[in-house]
Design a protein around this ligand. Structure first.
Ligand code: NDP
Ligand code: MG
Length: 389
């Protein structure tokens, strides 16, 4: 029986992780749940799964949850510090990192520091501080099993292989809803268009990142740290059907791929049960539904966020942290119709040029760079013609 702390249990990944738990009650038990603002769902989850504790990170929401769970045996804690405490508990075997954005970094780092197994969906943690997180995991014996589908695919392809045998990895990208479109089209797209992803249903932030291809850029950086690769060993190919979740190319020229229907429950279940594979009733791959599998080069010129992220990976240091912070601000602003689609890249690029470069940042440096980049990007958002209307 594995006891889980699911951080961000009210989100797209969090709720799917709970579905996996429900289908294997003999193997998984919920010890901790956390949410930020969605108190109704958190309360319902707590009543159903009866965790030992829940953490509400949004302090304004604490009283509501506390009152609702008064007569249950579930303890209610509040704030980031509480989240960092509960992941260290002896009664937690696996921490599911499903908070979105930089907000997930501290609790994941605490779990790694405590030597836990982490089923990691929150890619921003590795984008921002992958060097420090992986180094600490080596020291404490924490294992980080990816939930991100591409990284799960690569992880699965690497089981039984030597690290020296990897020539490169090739991350597949669906291309998002605007694949093939050009700037004259993109300048007019609204959040409601960008939120229509062709193959996956996900939280709003990652869905916008998929439309700008920033998501694939973040995944390149995530892969670099997760698999200990050189920048040159990381490639991207657009594969609109999302049937192949990624490839590893070995030094003998052989390619391994992992394929399946696009369903995040599969990589979630894999990360929770690894090294075991569990039976399930998920939809099976039907070859008749995928008569054609196609591949094309990404359009780095139009989807500048991908180019900016790749560039940030090569620059290293605090650049990915700054890129991530500016991206979080611009995505939020785009969702609120305060910047247009193309301006997002302009703001990220300007923010990167503004924040001083640090080659080997400390954890505190990352915190400061994140705050500085957010402030600067927010100022640029305010200057957008959309925001001033
Ligand atoms: P969602 O937006 O659906 O969920 C985010 C979760 O994080 C919610 O539980 C939310 O709480 C919580 N949260 C939001 N802000 C804060 C905060 N400031 N402090 C603490 N908790 C917070 O996101 P997804 O599930 O889509 O994504 C989660 C992570 O997984 C992201 O990093 C994403 O990149 C990654 N991922 C997601 C995939 C997907 O299919 N969705 C695929 C691959 C990776 P509440 O709702 O209660 O406010
Ligand atoms: Mg992914």
């Amino acid at each position: 029986m594995k006891r889980l702390a699911i951080l961000g249990s009210t989100g797209s990944i969090g709720t799917q992780a709970l579905e996996v738990v429900s289908s294997h009650p003999d193997l998984f038990q919920v010890e901790v749940l956390s949410a930020h603002g969605n108190t109704d769902l958190l309360i319902a989850q707590a009543l159903k799964y009866k965790p030992n504790a829940v953490v509400v990170t949004n302090e304004d929401k604490y009283e509501i949850v506390k009152k609702a769970l008064e007569s249950s045996h579930t303890k209610v804690f509040v704030g980031q510090a509480a989240l960092m405490d509960v992941v260290r508990w002896d009664t937690v075997d696996v921490v599911v990192g499903a908070i979105v954005g930089f907000a997930g970094l501290h609790s994941i780092y605490a779990a790694v520091d405590a030597g836990k197994r982490v089923a990691l969906a929150n890619k921003e943690t590795l984008v921002v501080a992958g060097d420090l997180v992986m180094k600490r995991a080596m020291e404490t014996g924490a294992s980080i099993i990816p939930v991100d589908s591409e990284h799960s695919a690569i992880f699965q392809c690497l089981v039984g292989e030597y690290h020296e045998s990897i020539e490169k990895i090739i991350l597949t990208a669906s291309g998002g809803p605007f694949r093939g479109k050009k700037p004259n089209f993109l300048v007019n797209v609204k959040a409601s268009h960008a939120l229509q992803h062709p193959n996956w249903t996900m939280g709003a932030k990652i869905t916008i990142d998929s439309a700008t291809l920033m998501n694939k850029g973040l995944e390149m950086i995530e892969a670099k740290w997760l698999f200990g690769l050189q920048n040159e060993q990381i490639d991207v190919i657009v594969h609109p059907q999302s049937a192949i979740h990624s490839f590893v190319q070995f030094i003998d020229g052989s390619l391994k791929a992992q394929a399946g229907v696009p369903d995040m429950k599969l990589p979630i279940q894999y990360a929770l049960a690894y090294p075991q594979r569990l039976t399930n009733s998920f939809k099976r791959f039907e070859f008749k539904d995928f008569a054609t599998l196609s591949f094309e080069e990404p359009d780095y010129k139009t989807f500048r966020n991908l180019a900016l992220a790749k560039d940030a990976m090569y620059k290293g240091g605090n650049t990915p942290c700054v890129l991530n912070a500016a991206n979080e601000i611009t995505v939020q602003a785009f969702l609120q119709n305060r910047v247009d689609f193309l301006e997002m890249s302009d703001i990220i690029e300007k923010t990167i040029s503004k924040v001083s470069y640090i080659a080997s940042p400390s954890f505190e440096d990352y915190e400061e760079c994140d705050a500085e980049a957010r402030k600067y990007a927010e100022e640029l958002v305010k200057k957008s013609p959309l925001a001033t209307h």
